[in-house]
Design a protein around this ligand. Sequence first.
Ligand SMILES: Cc1cc2nc3c(=O)[nH]c(=O)nc-3n(C[C@H](O)[C@H](O)[C@H](O)COP(=O)(O)O)c2cc1C
Length: 213
Amino acid sequence: MSNKTLVILAHPNPGESQVNAAWRTRLEEAALPVTLRDIYQLYPDWTVDVAAEQALLESHERIFLQFPLYWYSVPPLLKKWLDDVLAYGWAYGPRGDRLARKEMGLIVSTGSPESAYQRNGRLGHTLAELLRPMEQTIRFVGARYVPVFTLQGANRVIPADQLSRSADDYVAHVGGLAAGASSATHHRCAAGSSPPRNDLSQGHDFTRVHLDA
Ligand SMILES: Cc1cc2nc3c(=O)[nH]c(=O)nc-3n(C[C@H](O)[C@H](O)[C@H](O)COP(=O)(O)O)c2cc1C
């Protein structure tokens, strides 16, 4: 595989992480030709090197934005990264087509469990619905939206075997390897396409790993 995949990782507090830390460790162990860009580590003063970020985006074909969900949105440095890097005349506007036709997706951990992220659940919305502004941003710059990969329920300790399965699935997802590489269950359904009816009724409109929360 050529080095065409870029992961923009935005975790404000990696020392406290269980999910993103496990995903990252497994990705590094897999030694895939994937470029991992830890923006909180790179930019402690939040001054984003726009030219460097844009050059990396241009040289990769599959781009993932990876983050823990913060107030149903992205952590603040990732928001700033988006504001700075997806510039007029580069990502949109005149000649602003540098991300067009690339694949872009979200990789998200959440504290609340999957059962809460249902239309008839405690939060009243699916994760895919809550991530619509990010999905729209990706579509707006002309990239092809890859369904969300997630692990939910991190407010409690995730059993080691589930975390390990999720890490395997994460590596398969990021590496573009065949689905079903592990025993975890996937539901893939891009928002805007026509998912199987039972998927919609259960709010299964994103790629995820089941947790018994
Ligand atoms: C400031 C802040 C805001 C958060 N907002 C949400 C939220 O809106 N929804 C949610 O499910 N979890 C929320 N969480 C929990 C994190 O998403 C969760 O701890 C993280 O995804 C777990 O991943 P990690 O183990 O890699 O840190 C929030 C946590 C913090 C610190």
